[in-house]
Design a protein. Structure first.
Length: 265
């Protein structure tokens, strides 16, 4: 994903200079990283939370940075500190452990009211997964989610603020804790966020079914996988289906359903 870099006056408003380097959807001039704001209420809430978040020996974060006038956003751009590291989708267990540490630290946050206003394919998929909206999808999407919907049942784990896209947004650097970045906020059980990462790894990054098995001791694991897959499939249904996508989801549905059918899953 590429686009237009932040204007020079936006960069200058944060007290930095230099030619922005394209990071793929974000831009780095100097020690800061700039991103276009997607949903202003979420950006402002997240900036306040991350600014106040205590440090941890188990994970790093990209601290938000205010412009020189004190604002979190300037001309539709937000900025944060650059954190060294690269994503590594092969380190799935390390991603899940970093996510668990991050979720523990943010567990006391109140539910942000803007979640009721956010309206995009991901929010719709999330609401469908948790039975807050009916499934509306094309023939392919309906075929894929049908066995998952049949396997879904009520769950007990409490919800909190979680990171809904962990797998590609945990960075690793030698000698440093993992860095959790690009936080899309959801109000769900932390185990659901872990299940989304596992489903992504199984579908798109060649993970072994043993990944799901290693985490299956967690309560309601099968139900979290079911909801993770419904979420991704319904969201995906808004795009174009390719044969490889359908085959990948079918394979992972076959992996997930036995956990959902287990008395503890």
């Amino acid at each position: 994903m590429t686009g237009t870099p932040p204007p020079a006056d936006v960069v200058a408003a944060y007290g930095v200079a230099g030619e922005p380097v394209d990071l793929g959807g974000a831009w780095r001039p100097g020690a800061l990283v700039f991103k276009p704001v997607e949903f202003l209420p979420e950006t402002l809430w997240r900036a306040d939370v991350l600014d106040a978040l205590p440090g941890s020996s188990r994970f790093r974060i990209a601290r938000p940075v205010r412009a020189q006038d004190g604002a979190w956003v300037t001309q539709g751009w937000e900025a944060c500190r650059f954190v060294p590291g690269e994503p590594d989708v092969r380190r799935q267990d390390d991603v899940l452990r970093a996510g668990a540490a991050f979720h523990k630290v943010i567990s006391g946050l109140e539910r942000p009211a803007y979640l009721d206003l956010r309206d995009n394919p991901w929010s719709y998929g999330d609401r469908v997964a948790w039975e807050e909206l009916p499934v509306r999808a094309g023939p392919v999407g309906l075929e894929l989610v049908e066995p998952l919907v049949r396997a879904r049942r009520p769950v007990e784990p409490p919800s909190q603020a979680v990171h809904g896209d962990l797998l590609g947004n945990v960075l690793f650097a030698d000698g440093l804790p993992p860095a959790v970045i690009d936080w899309p906020v959801y109000w769900r059980p932390p185990l659901w966020a872990a299940a989304v990462a596992v489903a992504d790894a199984l579908c798109w990054y060649g993970a072994s079914p043993e990944l799901a098995a290693r985490w299956s001791y967690l309560p309601e694991w099968g139900q979290m996988l079911v909801r993770a897959l419904i979420y991704r499939i319904v969201t995906h249904d808004a795009a174009t289906w390719a044969p490889g996508h359908v085959a990948a989801y079918r394979r992972v549905i076959g992996i997930a359903l036995p956990y959902a059918e287990d008395a503890h899953g």
